[in-house]
Design a protein around this ligand. Sequence first.
Ligand code: NAP
Length: 299
Amino acid sequence: MATDAPIGLPEPPDAGASALPPGTYDGVAVFVTGGGTGLGRAVATEFARLGASIVIASRKPEHLTQGADTMAELGADVCTVTCDIREPDQIAAAFDTAEERFGLPGVLINNAAANFPVPAEDMSPNAWRTVVDITLNGTFFCAREFARRHIAADTPGSIINIGASYAWTGGPGFAHSAAAKAGVKNMVETLAVEWGPYGIQVNGLVPGLFPHDDMTVDIKGNLDRTNAKDACQPALRVGRLRELGWAATFLASPYARFISGHTLVVDGANWQRRSLTNPAVVTVRDQMGKGPFEPGDRP
Ligand code: NAP
């Protein structure tokens, strides 16, 4: 008999479980940008559990070490490379290092991105440019490097661009990141068509709310303004990190070869959310606890 209490979406299987056969990624190197922290590390973890060698590319030594330690604990072969994805030369050098160690990576996870909440009227040109440069330009430069090498070698490959659902809806408080992620989603569709003939599959993967310990102070502060995060999701819970990793390992696997140009949203339907009755509008300034806008002398 139904009770009054809604139950939400069920919990997934425990960490360590997998829908794919053991060894699905044996002999495959997976290049993960930003793979030392948060969701990148979680995605790398699921590939490693299925036998992949992992390449982690990012800027900060402490992130590279953290990612390497996690992969080593899982018994995976791992290689870390210092790389700012805004710089095509650094990306090429990172792929050189990866190739020397493992051969050409068969999978690229374009996970690195930058983001922080700010009312659009307060946003400086530098903030806009930085987020777009990392999230949109960096994603393209990495995809291009991966594709060039595969096209030259006549080998197939799989790219997954990590997106965000405000690519479709807009993201109040995140004008820079939302615009960049809209570009990332669009890029999936273009590149899947251009590179399909060369055997390169290109998909997007959009996480919903997946809180984790590596979140930046800005993003954590934004989340802390949300009371009872589980209750704010239609699933009545947030995402479990392994759920995103499982989706990524499926999308890049032999079982998903005919899926390309698709962006898969893993968010318990939160992005589809509408209310029966409209709640009162609260400005981004008020949501962030900011005072009135002061034009002043601003960059
Ligand atoms: P995170 O922990 O802040 O990770 C961002 C990663 O990107 C870091 O490892 C960072 O490493 C790397 N990075 C940033 N700028 C870089 C650059 N210029 N060059 C190379 N690496 C760079 O964030 P996250 O929460 O795991 O998010 C991962 C992805 O999921 C992002 O694409 C994000 O937009 C998306 N996402 C997350 C959520 C969520 O709930 N967490 C929701 C929607 C979408 P370094 O500092 O060492 O460079």
